[in-house]
Design a protein around this ligand. Structure first.
Ligand code: AR6
Length: 167
């Protein structure tokens, strides 16, 4: 199993499952969520409306419609409120909930954005090591994945994930 860090737009990278950094309504938003809905087409929102939302740290799966993937896995990350509100545990839960669903759906290649580090303001230097550790922990128990890929939208994010992967 390979962990890859790539600079790019997650809506353009083929995968079995693309993870969406959503919010608990699952009814769309800005950032990567907006880009994913835009690229997938309106059928994605129609399916999301049937899901009844999702708790922070949990995940729900849909089809991917016009995206280059089989599935989208939607996970609401925690809003950063200073660190005393279980943000770190909830962020790790996001990655693990997504990988559990991906595994149940026999996905081998999963792409992640940097959950919570945009509009939800989770500090990147804290989020990147939590993300890498959560993926490594999960995959140590479930080795069926070929590739878990972090698609970073800017150089700063890519560097933070590369640094976290090196240690
Ligand atoms: N491909 C890859 N990464 C992207 C893309 C893209 N096309 N677009 C943005 N990013 P954010 P959050 C990066 O704000 O912090 C939405 O309104 C972005 O640069 O998308 O979890 C939801 O509905 C950043 O590095 O997600 C929620 O309300 C990372 O993706 C809220 O935002 C995450 O930024 C979730 O906030």
């Amino acid at each position: 199993m390979e962990i890859k860090i790539t600079l790019g737009d997650i809506t353009k990278v083929p995968a079995d499952a693309i993870v969406n950094a959503a919010n608990p309504t699952l009814l769309g938003g800005g950032g990567v969520d907006g880009a994913i809905h835009e690229a997938a087409g309106p059928e994605l929102m129609a399916e999301c409306r049937t899901l009844g939302g999702c708790d922070t740290g949990d995940a729900k799966i849909t089809k991917a419609y016009r995206l280059p993937a089989e599935y989208v896995i939607h996970t609401p990350g925690p809003v950063w409120r200073g660190g005393d509100d279980c943000e770190e545990e909830l962020l790790a839960d996001c990655y693990k909930s997504c990988l559990k669903l991906a595994s149940e759906h026999r996905c081998r290649h999963v792409t992640f954005p940097s959950i919570s580090t945009g509009l939800f303001r989770f500090p990147l230097s804290k989020a990147a090591p939590i993300a890498i550790a959560a993926v490594k922990d999960f995959c140590a128990e479930s080795p069926e994945f070929d590739c878990i890929e972090f698609i970073c939208f800017d150089e700063k994010t890519k560097k933070a994930y590369e640094t976290a992967l090196e240690v």
